[in-house]
Design a protein around this ligand. Sequence first.
Ligand code: COA
Ligand code: AMP
Length: 515
Amino acid sequence: MPMVPEAIVAMLACTRIGAIHSVVFGGFAASELAVRIDDATPKAIIAASCGVEPGRVVAYKPLLDGAIAQSSHKPEFCFILQREQQTCDLTEGRDFDWHAVQEGVTPAPCLPVSGDHPAYILYTSGTTGAPKGVVRPTAGHLVALNWTMKNVYGVDPGEVFWAASDVGWVVGHSYICYAPLIHGNTTVVFEGKPVGTPDAGTFWRVIAEHDVKSFFTAPTAFRAIKREDPQGEELKKYDISGLRALYLAGERADPDTINWAAKVMGVPVYDHWWQTESGYCIVGNPAGIEPLPVKVGSPTVPMPGYDVRILSPEGEELPPGELGAIAIKLPLPPGTLPTLWNAEDRFRKSYLDTFPGYYETGDAGLLDEDGYLYVMARTDDVINVAGHRLSTGAMEEVLADHPDVAECAVIGVADPLKGQLPMGFVCTNKGTDKTDDEIRAECVRMVRDVIGPVAAFKLVAVVARLPKTRSGKILRRTMAAIADGEAFKMPATIDDPAILDEIKQALQPLGYAKD
Ligand code: COA
Ligand code: AMP
């Protein structure tokens, strides 16, 4: 579903009758949708005919039809919301018109469910290509979300709250749908971008028109606005004096963006850190109770229920100031994931096995003397592109399928707008008659077709060989450091250091690895 009110209606209709929903972001390709259909085995699928992206209408129905054709599991029926921007054909006997099926129907009563009944499954990226189905328990989730609305976001029932995200992400589930509504706030459903729909003043217009009191988005959105309107001229056209604070999450909030947003908007800017798995912030500023001093670069302190620790690779707790794996001492608070859908073993392996007694977040960072957390990087192969969590492993699986690709690696490189971008390195088979340009174009096309436009996969370097350790492990972190022009220590176990120079040379035409 695109960002239309019916998306929220569909989610709530499911929870009303005790049906588990799984929302899939519109920027994924048909095969990603098929993987989710096979894992969640839905009885029904609800979709719109299209989504509206800047400059183009994205036909969703062919994506849905393609996914159902590819999946082994087939839904019993589909409800299709026809949008005027582009309608679609309905498959006789399987597809039903959203409005037509509701004609003259009596609403079903609410079904009481037990507290641990899954409200939804939300797929997110992990180290391997297969997405992880995060399960959300009903009761703890609602209790926790309700608590955050006043104590973190500082809004009272009746006020307007806006999270500029998408229902396909956890921010959208929690803060476009469930949290504002359970707390009695009005929520804003916005189908558009911070820039280009039509201009860099869109956010200010929506805030002014709806008297938004508390606003939540990803730092990348502000980087996009800042790039287009560095002086904040557009803001002069609107009255956003009703706004109390801006909340940022989804990726590291860089100090430049925080400072710029605070200066232009004249409200406090609060970074807060969380994940699909948690469903609400693990570390934040309890501004609605009493704002703690902001330390730019830190999302502030652990929220109630979260006992955040920094651990060494051996699982020893590290003192303040030392960098390590960010872990949460068990038990996790209410509303956080109890398991992964159909994958209890993977749940244990991904989160609980590395540090017995702790939940492993997959992020690295440190706590300072005042207990403020600093989140520095991921410890796995997950990258963050415009606030979207993506698996480089999944992209490598796609590239490896190219008939001329012998070997490949995908890393995340720094990008001034999106935070990170994926970059592929491919070694071609000997004797291929394709040019490097052809290979590059085909790789880009394949990732877009298999994973989707959301991957924003556009950078590919064709190289003779990949840097590896003597045991054959590809040195992805070293490659990323070279790309970003960061200092790095030559890995002691590197097989052939000369390859690093070759990597650097391959990166320079792409605008990376500058001297
Ligand atoms: N349906 C179909 N396609 C979609 C889509 C959707 N719901 N959402 C994104 N896409 C497509 C885009 O059209 C784009 O395709 P393109 O390669 O043909 O241009 C691609 O996926 C990448 O989209 P996006 O990441 O949004 O990049 P962008 O260049 O269009 O916009 C920003 C960049 C920074 C403006 C945009 O990412 C943004 O507004 N981010 C806000 C942060 C956010 O929502 N984060 C979510 C977690 S809080
Ligand atoms: P997602 O599950 O899509 O919400 O992505 C969660 C991941 O995004 C986290 O594990 C972090 O790597 C990153 N992230 C989210 N919020 C922040 C933040 N405020 N600061 C730094 N990283 C963040």
